[in-house]
Design a protein around this ligand. Structure first.
Ligand SMILES: NC(=O)c1ccc[n+]([C@@H]2O[C@H](COP(=O)([O-])OP(=O)(O)OC[C@H]3O[C@@H](n4cnc5c(N)ncnc54)[C@H](OP(=O)(O)O)[C@@H]3O)[C@@H](O)[C@H]2O)c1
Length: 269
């Protein structure tokens, strides 16, 4: 019997997770599969994608497709749209990101451009393509990942934070444009999350406030719960509180300096 769960009716029958092979992305994939969506899983590492796809199709009786590509590639979106042209894509989750950590000029220009490509240019193109179909159907969802670093300038990850600010402002604007046309747009503005990528970045500390890192399960759970309820979500009570202080109680200049101090402590050895 067909699964008529409200989530599947609103966001099915296929969901895309761009950046699905591990961590937050793999958790999105599992949670969407549990809600009955068929999945298109995208990342660079084929073996990880294949084993995730096999596990999810067996466990949740869904269909899966994997697309192995680099989202920095200028042809990435064309490859994705070609593979999905026969499918009804009702949900797009753009999770992949690239972060070039370190003093701005100590990273080659190509790294900054890669951040813009993976974090802003490719999601913009995917949103443009899939939103058109969703609006024509009068239903669907788009979920973009952003970061608390994007609420103000963030030293040592300046370009990354700027690309993530692009996602916040883009999602908010589109939420307002489409909220009465059946398409839900959400940006998840996350604090630190224990993912393989985050651990590999070897952060020294998180600003003397103890371990504030969340798990992918917590972040994804809060994001999916918020989808359809408003333009953005900040997972975690401590993150909501600290971002309230940073944005509403401190001057922007102080917030930028404070964030710079935290990041210097974490990453400038
Ligand atoms: N982790 C945190 O502390 C944190 C904090 C705030 C916001 N966020 C946001 O949360 C999202 C996920 O975070 P995360 O990076 O920690 O990772 P994640 O979800 O654990 O993994 C990133 C995924 O993206 C894929 N990916 C990365 N670059 C790609 C590329 N060029 N082409 C195709 N796939 C690519 C990776 O797979 P392959 O390597 O197999 O390609 C992997 O599956 C990002 O948007 C990030 O900005 C994370």
């Amino acid at each position: 019997m067909a699964d008529k769960s409200p989530f599947k009716v609103r966001y099915g029958s296929w969901g895309i997770v761009a950046g699905a092979s591990e961590g937050i992305g793999a958790t999105y994939a599992e949670e969407l599969a549990a809600r009955g969506l068929n999945l298109i899983l995208i990342a660079r590492r084929a073996e990880l994608l294949q084993s995730l796809a096999s596990k999810l199709s067996e466990r949740y009786k869904i269909e899966t497709k994997i697309i192995t590509l680099d989202l920095a590639d200028p042809n990435a979106v064309e490859q994705i749209t070609e593979t999905t042209k026969e499918l009804e894509v009702g949900l797009l989750v753009y999770n992949a990101a690239f972060s070039a950590i370190g003093p701005f000029l100590e990273r080659p220009l190509k790294d900054h451009i890669k951040e813009v490509n993976i974090n802003a240019f490719t999601p913009l193109k995917l949103v443009y393509f899939f939103a058109e179909q969703m609006l024509a159907r009068g239903r669907g969802g788009i979920l973009l990942m952003s970061s608390l670093s994007a609420f103000q300038g963030s030293a040592y990850i300046s370009t990354y934070a700027a690309t993530k600010a692009f996602n916040i402002v883009l999602a908010e604007g589109l939420w307002e444009e489409w909220r009465q046309r059946g398409v839900d747009v959400l940006v998840c503005v996350s604090g630190a999350v224990k993912t393989p990528n985050y651990v590999a970045s070897e952060p020294e500390q998180t600003g003397g406030l103890g371990d504030m890192t969340m798990t992918p399960d917590q972040v994804v759970g809060e994001a999916l719960k918020a989808l359809g309820k408003g333009p953005y979500v900040i997972p975690g009570r401590i993150n909501r509180f600290s971002s309230f202080v940073m944005r509403h109680l401190l001057s922007r200049k102080v917030a930028v300096k404070l964030m710079g101090g935290i990041l210097r402590g974490m990453y400038v050895k």
